[in-house]
Design a binder for this molecule. Structure first.
Ligand SMILES: Nc1nc2c(c(=O)[nH]1)N[C@H]1C(S)=C(S)[C@@H](COP(=O)(O)OP(=O)(O)OC[C@H]3O[C@@H](n4cnc5c(N)ncnc54)[C@H](O)[C@@H]3O)O[C@H]1N2
Ligand code: MOO
Length: 390
């Protein structure tokens, strides 16, 4: 059994092969850039008005003569002399001769005559050509996650396709004879399957959509066959249940028989003690404990980190902050605790019903509190390490 820190170190040390694909920008949300993008144009592509008002060729007085108009999108470029103004609108190309733009609220207009409240200064209300980004400059670097904002930014500089890291293929294999699909009547001893749908949701929610969900009975030959097939063809295989020491817990044995290299089995943590990490040349295998809160906690603490690393994201860990604990907490035993928690305006609160067999508290949680294995008591008001859930 290893410590959380050691387990995380092993997950962090893994290297992944990446496949790159080219996608139309509109399909690339949530992907990670496989190569840097340099701006193909200046942005803005011309000197632009930042206001609805008047472009001015600065004169000696506050009085100007209106000579023309330039709308947004117009190619017009009227010649101007000192003391002349051109009616202009936000986003329009300012005339090459103009020095400044005065917003219309600060002017009084009488026909073609314009009077300013005060003199404009050169460059006022002008967005300069290339001021956001110059042609050829680095727009977005390799490893950047494409968010709505970054997609918008790239669209704005005319990018149509992007080279991104292909998403890893993921098999989620749920094991257990007791599991039935919602919609059926439960016989004695049966429960509804929830880990598969939950883990798939957690993966999709964090941007990983290439998922096959497979159900498996507690049958050794079948377990061998299915896991073998999945491990050969997928980048990641996430298994739920069957990894503890029961007579029908076949997962660990099957993985070793298939030839998976065990990187660790059992972590000093609650929930999620019997977690297994293994690898083959092409596949990373996490066997997650069947207890639902343990499976999800392990997903957020370990699997997500590996998935993010696999696509080249530099920030692969959950965001961490330190907050005062609202009520004192003491733990027994040698395991570190990941506690389902809710952040409040004054700190962080441990939710009721922490059992690893329960999802009740997880369903309300927005964070996990990490209590290290040797931290037996934590006083109210003491700062604790809080991991924000995605
Ligand atoms: N003798 C010991 N027994 C157990 C130990 C131990 O150290 N010695 N560890 C306990 C801990 S801690 C955990 S966690 C569990 C993990 O067991 P498995 O990974 O083998 O999981 P299962 O036995 O298959 O299931 C555990 C629990 O979760 C329910 N489950 C499983 N899959 C699903 C699913 N897809 N959807 C909903 N619920 C699921 C299952 O019915 C069980 O109640 O082992 C302890 N035992
Ligand atoms: O790790 Mo188990 O999830 O501790 O019940």
């Amino acid at each position: 059994m290893i410590y959380v820190e050691e387990a995380k170190k092993i997950v962090k040390s893994l290297k992944y092969k990446q496949r790159r694909i080219e996608l139309p920008l509109e399909d690339a949300l949530g992907y990670v850039l496989a190569e840097a993008i340099y701006a193909p144009i200046n942005m803005p592509p011309f000197d632009q008005s930042a206001m609805d008002g008047y472009a001015l060729k600065l004169g000696k007085t506050l009085n100007y003569t209106l000579i023309d108009e330039v709308q947004a999108g117009s190619t017009k470029n009227p010649k101007m002399s000192s003391g002349e103004a051109v009616r202009i609108f936000t986003g329009a190309a300012i005339p090459s001769d103009a020095d400044a733009v005065m917003m219309q609220e600060k002017t009084v207009r009488d026909g073609e005559q314009l009077r300013l409240e005060k003199q404009a200064f050169p460059g006022q209300n002008i967005r300069l050509l290339g001021e956001q980004i110059k042609k050829g400059a680095l727009a977005l670097d390799k490893g950047v996650l494409l968010t709505p904002a970054s997609v918008g930014f790239l669209a704005g500089i005319g990018v149509q396709t992007v080279k991104v890291v292909e998403q890893p293929s993921i098999a989620i294999v749920v094991t257990g004879d007791e599991l039935v699909k919602a919609g059926q009547d439960l016989k004695r001893g049966q429960i509804y399957e929830s880990n598969g749908i939950m883990l798939a949701a957690a993966a999709k929610d964090t941007g990983f959509n290439q998922i096959d969900l497979i159900s498996l009975k507690d049958d050794y030959p079948k377990t061998l066959e299915v896991l073998n097939a999945q491990i050969k063809t997928k980048d990641f295989v996430l298994i739920s249940g069957g990894i503890s020491v029961g007579d029908y817990d076949f997962v660990g044995k099957a993985l070793l028989e298939i030839g998976v290299e065990q990187l660790f089995y059992k972590v000093r943590q609650k929930p999620g003690k019997p977690m297994f990490l293994g690898r083959t040349s092409n596949c990373t295998i996490f066997a997650l404990p069947g207890n639902p809160a343990a499976a999800l906690s392990c997903f957020y603490q370990y699997v997500l980190m590996a998935l993010k690393q696999a696509v080249g994201l530099p920030n692969f860990e959950l965001k961490k902050l330190w907050l005062p604990l609202e009520e004192a907490y003491s733990k027994k035993g040698e395991r570190a605790h990941f506690l389902k928690a809710k952040i409040s305006p004054t700190g962080v609160k441990i939710l009721q019903k922490q059992s690893s067999a329960m999802l009740f508290s997880f369903a309300y949680a927005d964070a996990l509190i990490y209590i290290p294995h040797d931290k037996m008591t934590t006083a109210a008001g003491e700062l604790v390490e809080v991991h924000l859930l995605p």
